[in-house]
Each structure stands twice: as structure tokens, then as C-alpha cells.
Design a protein around this ligand. Structure first.
Ligand code: HEM
Ligand code: CA
Length: 205
């Protein structure tokens, strides 16, 4: 039986009560540090730092992501100088030239995900090389959708740089974890762990 959340007033971190968040909402929820359903630029910055990005990239990302997506996620509300991104409306921030793995509702589409790897992961069925990623991006391009090209390029390139292995492979399970949002938590924990490790050994030496 489907759960009836209406009686329980569950706050699920998206700013709406009563629904299981979509995959796309989960992708973004990591960045909502104070869990109020809204991602502000300083939260985007903190989130990028927490998963291991430098100050420069984190600054650029927080400016461009929040400036780019804020209006789209606030229908009828107009401009806000704090550039908030409302997670409940994040599906409105979807762009063109994407993979289609998130559908228009922000749900994960397993068949599209499998197709992505079937089409592009040629060298190794469970991973993408840098060249294969290039082909993937080219194949997804819609004509003259320059904004979409840049958005998709940034998403995939940052993911590749942060998560490729020593052989330069981006693994399928990593990409899967981007779509359900679990990747960011995992990266932040790994980064925090490494810091402690360094600290521990410095103390010992
Ligand atoms: C290092 C951080 C991030 C990485 C590596 C990343 C990566 C990705 C990737 C690979 C996709 C899939 C694109 C596709 O299917 O073609 C995606 C989709 C998306 N991401 Fe992120 N993302 C990050 C942070 C964020 C943040 C902070 C936001 C907004 C607050 C965001 C909003 C979105 C949206 C709206 C989509 C859907 C695009 C679409 O399907 O049209 N992402 N992201
Ligand atoms: Ca917040």
C-alpha cells in the first residue's frame, strides 16, 4: 500500500510536504545545507568545497548555478538578489542537450541510463573514457542550444575531473550515484575522512 504522508506532516527537504523527493530533487538536496528547501549561493559554494572543489571553481559554480537557475525555480515570484533555488521546482531548471536520464518531472529513467552506457561505453561496458564522454556530449547536442551545450559540458566535465579513476575512467556506478544524489554525500564523507587521516598522521609524526 502506498504510504499516506498527508497525516504525518513529513518534511522531506524539498520544501513540499508529503511526497518522496524526485531523483533530481535528491541530486540537489545535498547542497541545501540547512535543509530549508532552498539552495542559496553560499550553500552551493559550501557544497562544492565539501566535495573537494577549489575556491575558484566553487565561486564560479555558485555564481553561475544560482544566477542561472534561481528565476526558473521561482515561477511568478520575480527576481531575488539572494538568488535562491527552490528545490520543489527544480524540474523547471532542466536544460536542453541533456541525456534525458531525468525526465521532465525529474524522475530517473533507467532505460535511458542503460542506453547511455550501451551507446557510449565501448572500451569498457561499465565505464566511460574521456573520448567517449566527448562523444556522449556531442550526441546529446540539440542544434543551436548553446546554453544547454555549456550546461551539459560543465556538469559532465566537473563530474569527470572529480571522479575519474587512475586510468581516466568514469565508472557507471559513479554516474548512477549522481542521478540519485548519493554521490555527493559519499564524496563529502571521503573528503572529511582524508582530512582526519592527514591530521592524524601529522600529529603522530
Ligand atoms: C559538483 C556538483 C555537480 C555535478 C558534478 C553535477 C552533475 C550533473 C550531471 C552529470 C547531470 C546529468 C546531466 C545529463 O543527464 O545530461 C546533472 C543534472 C542536473 N543538475 Fe547537477 N551537478 C552538480 C551540482 C548541481 C547543483 C548545485 C545544482 C543546482 C542547485 C544542479 C542541478 C542540476 C539539474 C537541474 C540537472 C538536470 C539537467 C537536465 O536533465 O536537463 N546540479 N548534474
Ligand atoms: Ca538552504
Amino acid at each position: 500500500m502506498a504510504a499516506n504522508y498527508e497525516d504525518h506532516s513529513i518534511t522531506n527537504g524539498t520544501g513540499v510536504e508529503g511526497h518522496e523527493p524526485s531523483a533530481l530533487q535528491k541530486h540537489v538536496m545535498f547542497f541545501d545545507t540547512n535543509k530549508d528547501g532552498v539552495v542559496y549561493p553560499w550553500e552551493t559554494f559550501q557544497g562544492f568545497r565539501a566535495i573537494g572543489c577549489g575556491i575558484l571553481l566553487s565561486t564560479f559554480a555558485s555564481v553561475f548555478i544560482n544566477a542561472g537557475l534561481s528565476r526558473k525555480t521561482r515561477p511568478g515570484k520575480g527576481f531575488s538578489p539572494k538568488f535562491p533555488i527552490e528545490i520543489k521546482n527544480i524540474k523547471r531548471a532542466k536544460h536542453g542537450s541533456d541525456s534525458g536520464v531525468y525526465d521532465t518531472e525529474g524522475s530517473f529513467v533507467p532505460s535511458k541510463f542503460e542506453e547511455l552506457f550501451r551507446k557510449h561505453a565501448k572500451t569498457n561496458a561499465n565505464a566511460l573514457t574521456s573520448d567517449e564522454l566527448k562523444n556522449l556530449l556531442k550526441a546529446n547536442r540539440e542544434p543551436k542550444d548553446y546554453k544547454g551545450w555549456i550546461a551539459a559540458y560543465s556538469e559532465w566535465k566537473i563530474l569527470y575531473i572529480l571522479c575519474k579513476d587512475k586510468q581516466g575512467l568514469l565508472h557507471k556506478d559513479t554516474v548512477r550515484a549522481v542521478y540519485d544524489g548519493t554521490l555527493f554525500d559519499r564524496m563529502a564523507k571521503e573528503k572529511a575522512g582524508k582530512k582526519n587521516h592527514r591530521f592524524f598522521f601529522k600529529e603522530k609524526m
